[in-house]
Ligand binder design. Structure first.
Ligand SMILES: [Zn+2]
Length: 337
C-alpha cells in the first residue's frame, strides 16, 4: 500500500537507531487517525535535552528516520497532537506489541490474599514503562515510571526495586500515543478524577483502559505504603490493617502514575482511577488516597487491549475469586484501609 523508500534522512550523526515508519501501521496503533489524513510529522528529540530540536517534513508515504533514542515522535493533524513516545527499532511491530495494558493477576486475587510472585520486576518491565502494583507479600507500593520500577517502603521512602523481586499484582503499559494537557488551579482527588473522566469521555474512552502520568506541584500528598505480611488466604484488608502506614508529603514536586479501568472490568483491577505518587527526587512515594495539586501536566494513553498473566501455581485455584467483596476492594484502594 505504501512505498518503502525513505522519505528523508535526518541527522545522520544520530543514526544509532533506525526507525522505520510505516504510516498505516502507526495508524493502526492510533485508532483516531486515518493514513490519508496524515499530513506532517514532527520529530522532537527529547533526550539528551541539549540535542532537543524540532524537525518537520511532509509525508503521506512510508519513511525511514535516523534518530537517537529515546525520542518522541508526534503526529500532527489539524488541532491534535498524538505522541509516540520513546519509539525505537521497528515502529510498526513495536506499536502493535506495545498497544496494550499488561496486568499481573487480578485485584480480586490480591484482595483475597494471593500475594505470591507471579513474575519478576525485570519481566514485568518488558511489558510497560508506567503503572503501579505491589510486591511479593505486599511488601510496599510499586510505582513504575520512565521504564523504571520503584518500591515505596513502609515509611514512604522509595528505592529502585531489584529486577529479581517478585510481583503478585501490577498493571503497566507503554505511554505510546499519549495525549498531553495542562491543569492549573486546586485539584483534590475528586476533582482530578472528574477532570480525567471528562477528558477521556470527550474522546469516547470511558469503556477503554488508560495509563496516566501527571507531573505536578503538590501542596499535599496523603499516601500510604506497608510492611510485608507473609500469609495465604488472609485478605488484603486484614493485612493492611496490620501493616499499612500513612504519611503526608508537603509542598512537593513529583508524578502521579496510574491506570484507569472501566467499570465492566471491575475485579480485574479497581474500576476508575488508581494513582500512586513518586517525588521528582525519586526518594518518597506511595499509594495516594488524597492530595492537593496546584499545577500539573497530564499525559494520557488509551489502551484497547488487555493482557492478563494469571498465577500458574495450584494455590491460585484454591481462591474463590468472585467472593472478593466489592466493599473491601473499595476500602483498600480508595480509603485509609
Ligand atoms: Zn495502590
Amino acid at each position: 500500500m505504501f512505498a518503502q523508500e525513505p522519505v528523508r534522512d535526518i541527522q545522520n550523526e544520530l543514526n544509532k537507531f533506525v526507525l522505520d515508519i510505516v504510516a498505516h501501521r502507526i495508524i493502526a496503533g492510533l485508532s483516531k487517525l486515518k493514513p490519508q489524513l496524515l499530513c506532517s510529522l514532527t520529530i522532537n528529540l527529547r533526550s539528551p535535552p541539549q540535542k532537543q530540536r524540532d524537525m518537520v517534513f511532509a509525508t503521506k508515504k512510508t519513511g525511514s528516520l535516523f534518530c537517537d533514542s529515546p525520542l518522541a515522535l508526534a503526529i500532527n493533524r489539524q488541532e491534535e497532537t498524538v505522541f509516540l513516545n520513546r519509539v525505537k527499532g521497528e515502529t510498526g511491530a513495536m506499536i502493535e506489541g506495545r498497544d496494550k495494558m499488561f496486568q499481573v493477576s487480578t485485584l480480586q486475587a490480591l484482595a483475597l490474599g494471593y500475594t505470591r510472585a507471579v513474575m519478576t520486576v525485570d519481566e514485568l518491565m518488558r511489558h510497560g514503562e508506567a503503572g503501579l502494583g505491589t510486591f511479593e507479600d505486599v511488601n510496599g507500593e510499586m510505582i513504575a515510571i520512565d521504564g523504571k520500577c520503584y518500591r515505596a517502603t513502609e515509611d514512604g521512602t522509595v528505592e529502585e526495586a531489584g529486577g529479581d523481586r517478585g510481583v503478585p499484582f501490577s498493571a503497566v503499559a507503554f505511554m505510546d500515543g499519549y495525549r498531553e494537557f495542562a491543569l492549573s488551579g486546586d485539584y483534590d482527588m475528586a476533582r482530578l478524577r472528574n477532570e480525567l473522566n471528562i477528558r477521556i469521555e470527550e474522546v469516547f474512552g470511558l469503556n477503554s483502559m488508560h495509563v496516566v502520568r501527571i507531573d505536578g506541584t503538590f501542596e499535599k500528598i496523603h499516601a500510604r505504603s506497608e510492611a510485608p505480611y507473609r500469609s495465604q488466604h488472609v485478605t488484603l484488608k486484614s493485612m493492611l490493617e496490620e501493616t499499612q502506614k500513612s504519611f503526608v508529603f508537603d509542598n512537593i514536586k513529583g508524578s502521579l502514575v496510574g491506570v484507569y479501568f472501566p467499570d465492566f472490568m471491575d475485579g480485574i483491577n479497581a474500576f476508575g482511577w488508581h494513582l500512586h505518587f513518586i517525588s521528582d527526587s525519586r526518594t518518597v512515594g506511595g499509594h495516594v488516597y488524597e492530595m492537593k495539586m496546584t499545577q500539573g501536566v497530564v499525559r494520557l494513553s488509551r489502551k484497547n487491549s488487555l493482557e492478563i498473566r494469571l498465577p500458574g501455581d495450584a494455590a491460585f485455584d484454591t481462591y474463590s475469586l468472585k467472593s472478593a467483596s466489592d466493599q473491601e476492594i473499595r476500602q483498600v484502594e480508595q480509603g485509609r484501609g
